[in-house]
Design a protein around this ligand. Structure first.
Ligand code: HEC
Ligand code: HEC
Ligand code: HEC
Ligand code: HEC
Ligand code: HEC
Length: 267
């Protein structure tokens, strides 16, 4: 009897704890998907539990920046998102292994480039793109951004590891550029260092504004520097590491001067 009571109490506790969580979760997901109310790909795939391979990709997309920005399945896969029946909806869709598929690695720059124009233009000028088209040994978009472009690597050790998949001398296809992994990690670290100092300067400006007005000139400078940094990040896909590093460091050093000036002004 005592034991049964104890169990009831525990179960009640668990129910109390998990109910609000489950309720909010559901609300978030539902409101997230209202943009896709008329999209049959999303409507149907959100109900599929099997096969695992297919179901797993739906959830990968659900948590992606693409989902948040209204990029539905058909934008990459093709097909007809207003057809309710599976067969009609899937018309014209091809698996990535087919050379004509929009998702074949060779065609990804074109598929993704309909939106990511600047990134793809930079990529088209890279040796990676050339190697990929010629021999298939270079990386394409999803080599570095996962299947459904759900990840961006911004942690230097991860970048280093990613590049070392091919830039290694234990059989990698790009062994002649062994310095690449470390240099690439440094570029990513330089991007984030520059980002941080700009953010911090804006924070200082906001703090100072509580006491005095002004800081137009500083803000203009930060805006200009942020634009250079944005350009450098887009140009990253040329994989000209020295150039990217140079731009990131230029932004860092100039932004540091702005920051130091603000720092001196604060009490
Ligand atoms: C009425 C339901 C339904 C609709 C609508 C639908 N699908 Fe599917 N889709 C499925 C099912 C079921 C599967 C799993 C088929 C299987 O067993 O392999 C699937 C599989 C897929 C696959 C895996 C490909 C493969 O060959 O296994 C992709 C990609 C896909 N759908 C994309 C889409 C896109 C994009 C749309 C909208 C243009 C869409 N689907 C609309 C039910 C649907
Ligand atoms: C930003 C582009 C993009 C969007 C948006 C996207 N996908 Fe994908 N999807 C891909 C790519 C690229 C692959 C990997 C193809 C490959 O290399 O096998 C893929 C793979 C898949 C696969 C595995 C296919 C297979 O043959 O195993 C399924 C299933 C799938 N996607 C379903 C969906 C569904 C359902 C949606 C929408 C809810 C969606 N995708 C949205 C780009 C996208
Ligand atoms: C229909 C337009 C569209 C297509 C097609 C598209 N994207 Fe995107 N992508 C976006 C938007 C919008 C964002 C949100 C960020 C932004 O505003 O740039 C985004 C974000 C991203 C991000 C950043 C993700 C993050 O978590 O920050 C990556 C990486 C990306 N896309 C890669 C790809 C790749 C690879 C493909 C092709 C397989 C692709 N995209 C196809 C519109 C698109
Ligand atoms: C060799 C690896 C690699 C390849 C190939 C690659 N990317 Fe990237 N991409 C990265 C890394 C690393 C970053 C993060 C750089 C940074 O800090 O902005 C990035 C950033 C991005 C972003 C910006 C994300 C953001 O948050 O602003 C987009 C969009 C993107 N890539 C799309 C693409 C597309 C489209 C292709 C194919 C044409 C592609 N990438 C090919 C490694 C790669
Ligand atoms: C899928 C394999 C693969 C991955 C992953 C990869 N590379 Fe490469 N990379 C290559 C190949 C192949 C070459 C050309 C080698 C040659 O010249 O034969 C190359 C060449 C380069 C070059 C020399 C280009 C030039 O213009 O001289 C740079 C720089 C480079 N890669 C940077 C990177 C960076 C940074 C990463 C990680 C973010 C990366 N690579 C990831 C395959 C890869």
């Amino acid at each position: 009897m005592q034991r049964a009571k104890l169990w009831l109490l525990i179960l009640f506790g668990i129910a109390c704890l998990s109910f609000p969580v489950a309720a909010t979760q559901k609300k978030v997901n539902k409101s997230r998907l209202t943009a896709y109310r008329d999209n049959s790909c999303v409507a149907c795939h959100s109900t599929l539990l099997e096969p695992l391979r297919v179901s797993a990709h739906f959830y990968e997309w659900l948590n992606s920046a693409h989902q948040e920005k209204g990029v539905g399945c058909e934008k990459c896969h093709g097909g007809n998102p207003s057809a309710k029946i599976q067969k009609t909806a899937h018309t014209g869709m091809l698996r990535a292994a087919f050379p004509q598929s929009r998702l074949n690695p060779k065609n990804l720059p074109a598929t993704c480039g309909s939106c990511h124009v600047e990134v793809v233009n930079a990529f088209l000028g890279s040796k990676h793109y050339k190697m990929f088209q010629e021999s298939g040994t270079g990386p394409s978009c999803t080599t570095c951004h996962h299947h459904m472009a759900t990840s961006v690597i911004t942690w230097p050790p991860e970048t280093t590891a990613l590049c070392a998949n091919c830039h290694n001398n234990s059989g990698g296809p790009a062994a002649q550029y062994l310095e690449v992994p470390e240099k690439a990690g440094d570029v990513i670290a330089a991007f984030s260092r520059a980002d941080e100092v700009i953010d911090w300067s804006y924070f200082l400006i906001a703090e100072e504004r509580k006491r005095v007005r002004g800081f137009k000139a500083e803000e203009e400078q930060l805006k200009r520097l942020a634009a250079i940094l944005k350009g450098a990040k887009l140009n990253w896909h040329e994989f000209d590491l020295s150039k990217s590093r140079g731009q990131a460091d230029q932004v860092f050093f100039e932004a540091t001067k702005v920051m130091n000036k603000l720092w001196r002004k604060s009490p």
